[in-house]
Design a binder for this molecule. Structure first.
Ligand code: FE2
Length: 294
């Protein structure tokens, strides 16, 4: 815990839940089993977010092969580990070991080739990878990368909720990463039974709550909707709303709250490349084939 005193806030008009989404079981990399929570058909609705994967297994066969060398261009990847250890190596010479509670923020920009390989033979491997889009003007910027250990992520406890502030700010606590254009908010939330959490959010920012342990209610007291485990609640962009209210019932629960300012630009994705036009995608593929991506 960092020594901060969280400020009190009060959300007057809470956003409701537009709909609940169930993730899709899939596999990626060299056969890593995972649940794709934010799928490509939601990229416009949840702009600037492109993808959210939830991986979690205690069966080594589900994760052991990891994600061998692969490229990225045009966006950022944010990996948040809950359990287990994953080693990252990339074409810029960066290397890091991600452990429980740690976060890796990687801005691919013009291009990165990297590998993400579990550094364990047994036990639980669990966490999330979020893809955050870059504005067109920044898609070809220089790559950037940073690992944060669990104790380097600003965190606080308020009214029975433990909050880790990966990006943005909450209750006066500034998170580990800030971004100008997309203004991402990325909070890890752990609720004690009966706890309640409020977070201001601009009404036009797209956001969602993903419950991965227990269940939570999202919305104001009268209109709150129960969000079961492993469901994503897309927050309605209700005009005049000023934030989100999340409450635990009789049991503890854990969730992610993620929101950001939409870019409202064309999204053209081809696998690990996300650009604004088809021509830029052809260029990315060509650069990769010619060894010029990274
Ligand atoms: Fe990757």
């Amino acid at each position: 815990m960092s020594a901060v005193t969280p400020s009190s806030i009060s959300v007057k008009q809470a956003r409701g839940v537009e709909r609940l989404v169930t993730g899709q079981a899939t596999s990626d990399g060299a056969g890593v089993k995972l649940t794709r929570v934010l799928t490509s058909n939601l990229q416009h609705r949840l702009d600037p977010f492109l993808m959210l994967d939830h991986f979690g297994s205690d069966k080594p066969d589900d994760y052991i092969a990891g994600f061998p060398d692969h490229p990225h261009r045009g966006f950022e990847t944010v990996t948040f580990m809950l359990d287990g250890r994953m080693r990252h190596r990339d074409s810029a010479g960066n290397e890091g070991l991600l452990g429980p509670g740690g976060v890796q923020w990687m801005t691919a920009g013009r291009g990165v080739i990297h590998s993400e390989i579990p550094e364990q033979q047994e036990g639980v491997m669990a966490g999330f990878q979020l893809w955050l889009n870059l504005p067109g003007s920044a898609k070809m910027r220089e790559p950037w990368y940073r690992d944060f250990t669990a104790d380097q992520i600003p965190r606080f406890e308020h009214a029975g909720v433990k909050v880790c502030v990966i990006a943005g700010a909450s209750h006066g606590v500034t998170g580990a990463v800030q971004r100008d254009t997309t203004e991402p908010l990325y909070l890890g939330l752990e609720f004690a039974p009966g706890a309640r959490f409020e977070q201001p959010l601009a009404a036009d920012h797209n956001g969602f709550v993903y419950v991965y342990d227990g269940e939570l209610r999202v919305g104001n007291d009268a209109g709150a909707l129960t969000v079961p485990k492993n469901r994503m609640a897309i927050l309605a962009n209700t005009p005049g709303s000023d934030g989100v209210v999340i409450s635990a019932g009789a049991a503890a629960a854990r969730a992610l709250l993620i929101a950001g300012r939409p870019l409202r630009q064309p999204i053209v994705q081809y696998g690990p490349f996300v650009m604004n036009t088809k021509e830029q995608i052809y260029q990315a593929v060509e650069d990769f084939r010619n060894g010029k991506l990274a």
